[in-house]
Design a protein around this ligand. Sequence first.
Ligand SMILES: [Cu+2]
Length: 103
Amino acid sequence: MKNLIPLLAALAIATPLYAQPVPPPAVQAPVMSEGVVRKIDPANARITLRHGPLVNLDMPPMTMVFRVQPPELLSGIKVGDTVTFHAESVNGALTVTAIQAAP
Ligand SMILES: [Cu+2]
């Protein structure tokens, strides 16, 4: 019994560590940016956007080509549309991963 007490004490200290619920990974809403569609290249899943500041990419406004992933995002988007979109670096390529024509 004498030897059991330190063990119980250790368990009492250790147990709360295991009992702590693991917090779920923070689900962050993607940062949406604004742009105007200048060109669409569905065959290559590319879109050219004149975009405003991309806060999450620390990028100033400019006109540039993005990859689009998945390419199906391009359906319903046409040249001249004002869009809100999310762009991020995917394997080093700046990629639009969400896009929506502004109403
Ligand atoms: Cu840019």
